[in-house]
Design a protein around this ligand. Structure first.
Ligand code: NAD
Ligand code: GLY
Length: 360
């Protein structure tokens, strides 16, 4: 696979470099992007650290960076205020200055937490994202959303702060557990649904991890290209960027129903996309057959296309969704595969239709 580079205009502008083995050249790429940085604060997690930490640190030290490493416990519970404070204290104890940078090596948990810490310590230092899960490569490392979870809910405190560089090594996906790989695939399929019917058809012809991995460079490039176009036009999530949440409102209901334990985010989004397409078909907005096409692509990947869910969770998800205001909710519905339409609808109508669909 050749090196692929995409440029995001948002923030100070930054490159996304997609290259097998880029972990070993990371020092050189960071030196070029951040010529003044002396110290790098490498944040990773307890699963990723033994796999890739020493290799990355060696590549940074080769370029004479002073590297400090902190390993957080793997898992969503680390996206907490307590871990954030520990990161701030660790960085300041090691004399971080405004020209230094934070390097996030790991999945979306590391990226969101380290990105938040970097965007707030000393009122903001630079971040380099080095995503190692499929989800973080196609989604969370690009676009500058950072966050921690609060007891009241996920991602309730955070910043918009674009990274200065994203380095993506597709080879790191080889060690990803199957369920994490497929969780990321739900987001990959989402890009086909909302933006690119040809990409959707391309994915439909690759129903196994092996076949997808053979074309992973094209997959990463296509997803990041779509995300960068969306972010360039709506960095702060006030309009177009909402389309990235296709399948997420209902996915949220399924995550709630499973108490965030039964279903991974990707599994919930997979079933959420099917229900959203069925809802769109019932409302006469989505082309008939679209839900079936999404089902057909998700099933061989082992992703659920239906999750049983008490109606109350749907009410809650529609009610508390970030796109919900007063009596209405903006739903992201498909017109057809590859074309999406945000639609503001009365909550009561959405819930009535969902109730009838659930009872049918
Ligand atoms: P994660 O970071 O928890 O990683 C999943 C698991 O894979 C973890 O156990 C991790 O240790 C392990 N892992 C990571 N890379 C590995 C590798 N190469 N080999 C083996 N194991 C590896 O989860 P995720 O799915 O990457 O990210 C989910 C998080 O991302 C959520 O907190 C979500 O809110 C956030 N998110 C943020 C954005 C955004 O725009 N900022 C977008 C989507 C999701
Ligand atoms: N993952 C949704 C977004 O970045 O807006």
């Amino acid at each position: 696979m050749d090196t692929k580079i995409l440029h995001v205009d948002a923030g100070a502008g930054y490159d996304i470099v997609i290259k097998p083995g880029v972990l070993d050249d990371a020092g050189a790429h960071i030196r070029k992007a951040l010529p003044r940085a002396k110290r790098l604060f490498l944040v990773t997690d307890s699963n990723v650290s033994p796999l890739y930490g020493p290799r990355l640190a060696a590549s940074l030290e080769k370029l004479s960076f002073e590297v400090h490493t902190r390993v957080i416990p793997a898992g969503e519970t680390s996206k907490s205020a307590a871990e954030l404070v520990k990161l701030w204290e660790w960085m300041t104890a090691h004399g971080i200055t405004r020209t230094d940078a934070v390097v996030a090596l790991g999945g979306g948990v590391v990226g969101d937490l380290a990105g938040f810490a970097a965007s707030t310590v000393l009122r903001g230092v630079d971040t380099v994202q080095i995503p190692t899960t499929l989800l973080s490569q196609v989604d969370s490392s690009v676009g500058g959303k950072t966050a921690i979870d609060l007891p009241a809910g996920k991602n309730l405190a955070g910043t918009f702060c674009q990274p200065r560089l994203v380095l993506m090594d597709p080879d790191t996906l080889a060690t990803l557990p199957e369920s994490e790989f497929m969780s990321g695939m739900a987001e990959v399929v989402k890009y086909g649904c909302i933006w690119d019917a040809d990409f959707f058809a391309f994915l439909a012809q690759r129903p196994t991890r092996e076949a997808l991995t053979a074309d992973i460079g094209h997959i990463l490039y296509t997803c990041c290209d779509i995300k960068r176009q969306v972010v360039n036009r709506d960095e702060h999530d006030t309009g177009l960027r909402m389309i990235l949440n296709f399948g997420h409102t209902l996915g949220h209901a399924y995550e709630l129903a499973g108490r965030y334990e039964t279903w991974t985010h990707g599994q919930a989004v997979a079933a959420g996309m099917v229900t959203a397409a069925e809802l769109g078909q019932t409302l006469g907005i989505t082309e008939p057959g679209a839900a079936g096409k999404i089902r057909a692509i998700l099933t061989p990947l082992g992703l659920p296309t239906h999750i049983p869910c008490a109606f109350g969770y749907m009410e809650k998800a529609v009610g508390i969704d970030k796109k919900s205001a007063g009596d209405s909710v903006t739903l992201i519905l498909l017109e057809k595969i590859g074309a999406v339409r945000p639609l503001k609808l009365p909550k009561a109508e959405v819930l009535d239709t969902l109730r009838r669909m659930t009872e049918a």
